[in-house]
Design a protein around this ligand. Structure first.
Ligand SMILES: Cc1cc2nc3c(=O)[nH]c(=O)nc-3n(C[C@H](O)[C@H](O)[C@H](O)COP(=O)(O)OP(=O)(O)OC[C@H]3O[C@@H](n4cnc5c(N)ncnc54)[C@H](O)[C@@H]3O)c2cc1C
Length: 483
C-alpha cells in the first residue's frame, strides 16, 4: 500500500494528539476538518467566566510538551487555549487543518477500501483512515423542561456564553450545579443583584489547591525541568488515588468522603441550613467529584438562594417549581452540560456493507478500548465510548489512543489493507467492561456517564494507568478487510 491518507475530524486535544503522533511517525498525508475557526475544542467553546481545568495544568497537558509557564496550577481557559495554539504551531498542525469545515458523515466504500467523507458544503473527500476526534462534550444539552420558548428574558448555556450580556444588578437564575456551574456561579454571584441556583443533585466538593505560578516558579520549571515532572507526577498520583478510592478501596473512598464533608461543612457555616441542602445523597465517586474553594462560599452569600424543589416549567418571567412558586429572572443560565452519550452525533457513519454506526450502537455506544468497531475498518475514535475518567486527565487517555492509532496505521500499511477489529474480540471486551461497570460506583446514581436505560457508555471502569497498560495494539485483534 502507498502511504496511507488520514482524515481527522476535530481539532481539540484529541485531534492535535492524533496529528502529532502520525507526523512523528512520518505520515504527512493528513487533513483535519474542524467546524470551528480555531484549534481548541471545548477550550475554544467554553469561555464562561471562571472556566478552568479541574485537573492541575501540569497533568492536564501533553506529556511530551510540558509548559513551564502555566499562569496557575489550575489554569484558566485563555491559558489552556493559548497552550493548544502554541502546540499546534510548534508541530505544524495548522497547515493540515481546514477550519470552518463541518463533516456531515462518512461512508466506507467497499470497492476501493477508502472512506468517503461528506462535508456540510456537499464536497466529498477520500481517505484511507478516518479518525473521529469530536470529543464527548462538544454538544450543549438543555434539560428537557417544558416552556423554554416562553421565557422573555435573556437565556444562555455555559458553553455558549453571551459576553455582551451585562449581569450587573440583574436577577439571574442558574439551572444546574455540575462542573461548569460551580466554576461560573462564584463569578456571577459577584455581579448579580440576586442569584437563584436550581439544584437537582448536589456534587461532592473537595478543596481546590490552586496557586498562582510566579516568575520564580516559571524560572525554576524552565531551568530544572525535573521539577515540572515532580509536579506532574504528584498530581497524576493524586488523581489516580481518587480512582483507586472509587474502583478498589471503600475505606479510601470513606476518607475522601470525610474530607469532603469537613470542607463542605466549614464552607457553608455562614448560612444555616445550607450544608443539609448541598450534602449529596449518593455514594461518593458516582458523579465527578469537584475541586472548588469558592463555590460554596458563593452560595452562602446573602444575594444567593439555593432551590432544591423540582422545576416544573419555564414561564415568561422565569421558573416555576413543584411547590407552585414562580421565581422571576432577567437572565437564565443553563449549566446543564452536554449530550455526552450521543457519540459522533449528528454525523452519519456507514461501514462495510452499508452498516450504520447508529444501528451498531442502538443499545449504546461501545468500541474496543473506545477506539475501534467491527465492520468499520480503519476508523479510530479518540475519547470514544468508555474512555472518560471520573477524576483523571483526559489528555493522558488521548495520548494512549494516539499511540494506538499510530500502531494501527503502521500495521495496516504493512498488511496492505484496511483493518477491522474482530467482532469476537470487541464483544468480549465490551462484556468485560460492562461487567466491571455493573458493579461499580457509577452504577449507583444517574449521571452524564449513563444512558437513560442505565448502561454506562462514557466511563472507563479502572485506573488511568490500567487503560494505558492494556490498550496496546495487537495485530491479532484485527483482520484485513477485503472488498
Ligand atoms: C468546561 C470543560 C472543562 C473541562 N475540564 C477538564 C479537565 O479539567 N480535565 C479533563 O481531563 N477534562 C476536562 N474536560 C473534558 C474535555 O472534553 C477533554 O479534556 C478534552 O478537551 C477533549 O478533547 P477532544 O479533542 O476529544 O474533544 P473537544 O475538545 O470536544 O474537541 C472536538 C472538536 O471537534 C469539532 N467537531 C465536532 N464535530 C465536528 C464535525 N462534525 N465536523 C468538524 N468538526 C467537528 C469541535 O468543533 C471541536 O473543536 C472539560 C470539558 C469542558 C467542557
Amino acid at each position: 500500500m502507498t502511504t496511507p491518507s488520514v482524515a481527522v475530524i476535530g481539532a481539540g486535544f484529541g485531534g492535535l494528539a492524533a496529528v502529532i503522533e502520525l507526523k512523528k511517525l512520518g505520515y504527512d498525508d493528513i487533513v483535519v476538518f474542524e467546524k470551528g475557526n480555531d484549534v481548541g475544542g471545548v477550550w475554544r467553546e467554553n469561555t464562561y467566566p471562571g472556566a478552568a481545568c479541574d485537573v492541575p495544568s501540569p497533568f492536564y497537558s501533553f506529556s511530551f510538551e510540558p509548559n513551564p509557564r502555566w499562569p496557575r496550577r489550575f489554569s484558566q481557559q485563555p491559558a489552556i487555549l493559548q497552550y493548544m495554539r502554541d502546540v499546534a504551531d510548534k508541530y505544524d498542525v495548522r497547515s493540515h487543518i481546514r477550519f470552518n469545515t463541518e463533516v456531515d458523515g462518512a461512508a466506507y466504500v467497499d470497492a476501493d477500501r477508502k472512506w468517503e467523507i461528506t462535508l456540510s458544503t456537499g464536497e466529498v473527500v477520500r481517505a484511507d483512515v478516518l479518525v473521529s476526534a469530536v470529543g464527548q462534550l462538544s454538544r450543549p444539552a438543555f434539560a428537557p423542561i417544558p416552556g423554554r420558548e416562553k421565557f422573555q428574558g435573556v437565556e444562555m448555556h455555559s458553553a455558549l456564553w453571551k459576553h455582551d450580556v451585562d449581569l450587573t444588578g440583574k436577577r439571574v437564575g442558574v439551572i444546574g450545579t455540575g462542573a461548569s456551574a460551580i466554576q461560573f456561579i462564584p463569578e456571577v454571584q459577584k455581579e448579580a443583584a440576586h442569584l437563584t441556583v436550581f439544584q437537582r443533585s448536589a456534587p461532592y466538593v473537595i478543596p481546590r489547591p490552586d496557586t498562582e505560578f510566579s516568575n520564580l516558579h516559571h524560572r525554576v520549571f524552565t531551568l530544572l525541568p525535573a521539577t515540572q515532572l515532580v509536579e506532574r507526577g504528584t498530581w497524576y498520583g493524586v488523581v489516580e488515588a481518587l480512582s483507586i478510592a472509587w474502583v478498589y478501596s471503600k475505606p479510601l473512598a470513606a476518607v475522601v468522603k470525610a474530607w469532603s464533608k469537613r470542607h463542605m461543612k466549614s464552607q457553608t457555616k455562614a448560612k444555616p441550613g445550607l450544608f443539609d441542602k448541598v450534602w449529596p445523597d449518593y455514594p461518593i465517586g458516582c458523579k465527578r467529584i469537584l475541586f472548588s474553594s469558592d463555590y460554596l462560599p458563593a452560595l452562602a452569600q446573602p444575594n444567593v438562594d439555593l432551590v432544591t424543589d423540582r422545576i416544573s416549567e419555564i414561564t415568561e418571567k422565569g421558573i416555576r417549581t413543584a411547590d407552585g412558586v414562580e421565581h422571576e429572572f432577567d437572565v437564565l443560565i443553563w449549566g446543564t452540560g452536554f449530550k455526552a452519550t450521543e457519540f459522533l452525533a449528528p454525523m452519519t457513519i456507514t461501514g462495510v456493507g452499508g452498516h450504520k454506526l447508529e444501528d451498531a450502537w442502538q443499545s449504546g455506544a461501545h468500541a474496543y478500548y473506545g477506539m475501534t468497531v467491527p465492520d468499520f475498518p480503519n476508523l479510530v475514535i479518540m475519547y470514544g465510548p468508555n474512555t472518560n475518567t471520573g477524576g483523571g486527565s483526559i489528555i493522558y487517555f488521548l495520548e494512549a489512543q494516539a499511540h494506538y492509532l499510530g500502531k494501527l496505521v503502521q500495521n495496516m500499511a504493512e498488511r496492505g489493507g484496511p483493518l477491522a477489529v474482530r467482532a469476537d474480540v470487541e464483544r468480549k471486551f465490551d462484556e468485560k467492561i460492562q461487567g466491571l461497570l455493573g458493579g461499580s460506583v457509577w452504577s449507583q446514581c444517574t449521571s452524564w456517564y449513563r444512558q437513560s436505560d442505565g448502561r454506562i457508555t462514557n466511563n472507563w471502569p479502572l485506573l488511568g494507568y490500567e487503560y494505558k497498560a492494556q490498550a496496546k495494539f495487537n495485530p491479532a485483534d484485527y483482520e484485513v478487510v477485503n472488498s
